[in-house]
Design a binder for this molecule. Sequence first.
Ligand code: 6PG
Length: 224
Amino acid sequence: MSVLNAQIFADADALGGFAALVTAQAAAEAIAARGVFHLVLAGGNTPRLCYEKLRDMHVDWSRVHIWFGDERCLPVGDAERNDRMADETLLSHVAIPESHIHRMQAELGPEIAAEKYAILLAGAPVMDMLHLGMGEDGHTASLFPGHTTLIDERLAVPEFNSPKPPAERVSMGLPILNAARQKLILAAGAGKSDALKRIRAGEKLPVAMIEDALWLLDRSAAGE
Ligand code: 6PG
């Protein structure tokens, strides 16, 4: 059995609103303490509601650095890229210096992009907050069940055979994800309930390998 540190919301909108609030609060605390807030954004669709609400909250964006938990190996500006979703929902709406947005150069392919991002991460401080989603198979970022990326100690890892298209991706590795000060895992929709049941039964799916996370679930994902 695994007991999750979870909060359950009526729907994805309420979940997104709370995630945005917690993130704005974490930003204020980090900036007060260290003068900077390093935030790792999640990909996929679930975080959209959070990012659309976060852009209207009071955050000193000039003190924020943005990182990406993973990226799909698609051309720059492709509609399916995770950084495109971040631009549309958040980054193009706030006064954050472009030099503070640390994009994965996934257009270069998994191996080169992973090597380049690992160099960036090697010079980066501890991430203050990490946003992650969860796939229906229990993957998170681009770390998939049974893939060697789960035991790859590198800061950023290449994925060549993702079961979720596109096949080629780059992901932060587990060690750096687990090193973040705060981790939010956002999961909404009935499609996620089976993976959550398996995790609660003790199955170590990739997302369950994220330590000390706060799980933000809607009722459907929680199986209520
Ligand atoms: C991606 C994400 C991936 C995502 C989950 C959940 O590139 O797709 O990094 O890990 O977070 O698959 O996706 P949804 O939020 O769209 O369900």
